[in-house]
Design a protein around this ligand. Structure first.
Ligand SMILES: Nc1ncnc2c1ncn2[C@@H]1O[C@H](COP(=O)(O)OP(=O)(O)O)[C@@H](O)[C@H]1O
Ligand SMILES: [Mg+2]
Length: 140
């Protein structure tokens, strides 16, 4: 892991209009690094969903990206409300998004299932009232 590249991005929780910007930026960077298109596609989906979740459910947070020749590790940390029932949250279509958030086009309840589908490993560490850390690996 010592030859890995590390990047950290803060996610603004107040600005819905900018949600998804970091994902697009990282996608461009990965293209420049010449990573396989399939790997980039998977990372972009995970990053977009997690970034949106941090904005709509957790008032922002931090994204850490670590790239090595073997894998891309994505860690999403927030100090939001936490997830009371992870099993339920992982179900397709489950969403606690508000009416306002749905009107903006978010809240289909497909984010976590798609993050799971597009990763090789996914760990969720969440504590009510403290926050959530999602740690995902995409193998190259
Ligand atoms: N970072 C987070 N902090 C708190 N709750 C979250 C977070 N990410 C997801 N959740 C919870 O898990 C549910 C399912 O997430 P997801 O599949 O992305 O659906 P959606 O975002 O469309 O509601 C959310 O509705 C929310 O209750
Ligand atoms: Mg979501």
């Amino acid at each position: 892991m010592s030859n890995g590249m590390k990047f950290r991005y803060p996610v603004d929780g107040n600005d819905f209009t900018r949600a998804g910007e970091i994902s697009s930026k990282v996608k461009k960077q990965l293209k420049q690094l010449g990573l396989p298109p399939e790997v980039i596609r998977r990372v972009a989906i995970i990053m977009y969903e997690a970034e949106i979740n941090m904005v709509i459910h957790a008032n922002g947070g931090t994204i850490d990206v670590e790239i090595t020749p073997e894998q891309i590790r994505l860690v999403f940390s927030d100090t939001g409300p936490g997830i009371p029932d992870i099993e339920k949250a992982m179900q397709e279509g489950f969403s606690t998004a508000s009416h306002e958030v749905r009107e903006l086009g978010f809240g289909a309840g497909m984010g976590l299932p798609n993050m799971k589908k597009n990763s090789d490993e996914m760990k969720i560490d969440t504590r009510i009232g403290v926050g959530t850390i999602m740690d995902l690996i995409v193998k190259i």
